[in-house]
Design a protein around this ligand. Structure first.
Ligand SMILES: *Cc1c(COP(=O)(O)O)cnc(C)c1O
Length: 445
């Protein structure tokens, strides 16, 4: 038995398997709701037999989440150049923990700086690649906590209109504690923070430092906090401003949307995901902060020597680090702002058209508007049980995949458009799947 395989052969087999999968993305079921048990890895059956097992028992049960009709969460796919780059990252196998002996760390720095400029962040922002917006929020909240510790012995309070669950996770990991989140009212019918309520909350707050977490792209609606006003309040009240712009920062790629993130240049820290709307493979995000000195206090892994430009490992939770920057480098180099802006604009247009189509049926009500690429809608008739069976029927169709949510106290279904390849024909299929999944009159839910 030939247990070993050379790189050429392994890559050629992987190439065939991957190309077949990608070519079939539009034809496959978008998701599988009933799954068999996955095979345990056998104890050394050789490459050919192992790959045969993969083709038979794993590949058929993967989701088409990189495909154009997967609308769950905010997922994004992976462009051809991003997939090619990611393969090279694996082949090159660089450890970007430090800058010694390889250009990879400098490529990361150049990439982080290029995206900083594209997103309109302050020149002084210092960034690193991390595994996702959750890790980026952790880096940013940990840095804010370090800042707070220098202001006062009292623990910080975190103010937010709509905080993503990962912000609470970061507060928990950093020891701030989930209970130190103070929810601020949002504007009527929206998920954006009410600046007047934020002003009142900050002026009433007298016990310890304040950290404000603003949303640039709230997950249920894609709404934006008014960053100009929020930044003004943070300056006035001496608060740290963190902006979670996991996907909303991509407003920077479109002239009509760009105004939504005006004020981003005043943030003290910023999170942006790249495996979502940049359409690079998992996993990829950037954490930016204005205080690398404080960040280093938290994350430095050896106190013996830190130069003026210390290695990346001193700024992130990881020591060993994948060369995540390279797929992002390739997408920007290949498509440019204009090319990325095209799919951002198309996704937003398709979201608006989807909202219009389902609204016109009279069976659904779109909540919170469609300021960006996300549509949250409720059934006009029925509660959580009817919503659940609708989502079940819809996702079982294999035509699309959407996720349930909760907005303004109502059970909702959420569709997020973030794939580079989604087009008008995909939208037709999605709308038809929704129509085919509505419960008919008198039909049991
Ligand atoms: C997706 C998302 C996160 C978490 O990102 P991961 O990449 O899943 O870690 C955080 N904040 C917002 C606003 C998001 O949309």
């Amino acid at each position: 038995m030939n247990e070993h395989v050379d790189h050429q052969t392994a890559l050629a087999v992987a190439h065939r398997l991957a190309a077949g999968h990608l070519d079939g993305l539009r034809a496959q079921p978008v998701a599988h709701l009933r799954l068999p048990q996955a095979p345990r890895p056998p104890d050394g059956i050789g490459f050919d037999a192992a790959m045969a097992l993969v083709a038979e028992r794993i590949v058929p049960w993967l989701s088409a989440s990189p495909g154009p009709r997967y609308l769950g969460y905010v997922t994004g796919g992976a462009t051809p150049e991003a997939v090619a780059a990611d393969w090279l990252v694996s082949a090159w196998d660089q450890n970007v923990s430090n800058a010694a002996g390889s250009i990879a760390a400098d490529v990361e720095k150049q990439t982080v700086d290029a995206f900083r400029d594209v997103f309109g962040l302050a020149d002084s922002m210092h960034g690193q690649f991390v595994s996702g917006a959750t890790a980026a929020n952790l880096v940013c909240i940990a840095t804010a906590r370090e800042w707070a510790a220098r202001q006062s012995p009292l623990p910080p309070t975190v103010f937010a209109g709509s905080a993503h669950s990962s912000v609470l996770k970061a507060m928990s990991i950093t020891g701030i504690g989930r209970s130190r989140l103070q929810a601020v009212a949002t504007l009527p019918g929206r998920t954006a923070v009410d600046p007047v309520a934020l002003e009142q909350a900050l002026s009433a707050h007298t016990t310890g430092p304040a950290v404000v977490v603003a949303s640039a792209g709230e997950v249920n609606t894609g709404d934006f906090d008014d960053l100009v006003r929020v930044a003004e309040l943070c300056r006035r009240f001496g608060a740290w401003l963190h902006v979670d712009g996991a996907f909303g920062l991509f407003a920077a790629f479109d002239a009509d949307l760009h105004g939504r993130i005006a004020g981003i240049g005043h943030a003290d820290s910023v999170t942006v995901d790249l495996h979502k709307w940049l359409n690079v493979p998992y996993d990829s995000a950037i954490a930016y902060t204005s205080r690398p000195d404080l960040q280093r206090e938290v994350f430095s892994a050896s106190s013996a020597y830190l130069g003026d430009d210390p290695d990346p490992l001193h700024f992130t939770p990881e020591n060993s680090r994948r060369f995540r920057a390279f797929p992002a480098w390739m997408v920007l180099a290949t498509r440019g702002r204009r090319g990325i802006g095209e799919w951002v604009r198309t996704n937003c247009r398709l979201a608006r058209e989807f909202a219009q189509s389902i609204g016109a049926t009279g069976r659904f009500e779109v909540l919170g508007g469609v300021p960006l690429n996300i549509v949250s809608f409720a059934l006009t008739d029925g509660g959580a049980a009817e919503r659940d069976s609708f989502v079940q029927r819809l996702n079982a169709s294999g035509e699309t995949f959407m996720t349930p949510g909760q907005l303004f106290g109502r059970p909702t279904v959420r569709a997020a458009f973030s794939n580079w390849a989604t087009d008008d024909r995909d939208l037709d299929r999605i709308v038809a799947a929704v129509a085919g999944s509505m419960a008919g009159p008198g039909q049991a839910p």
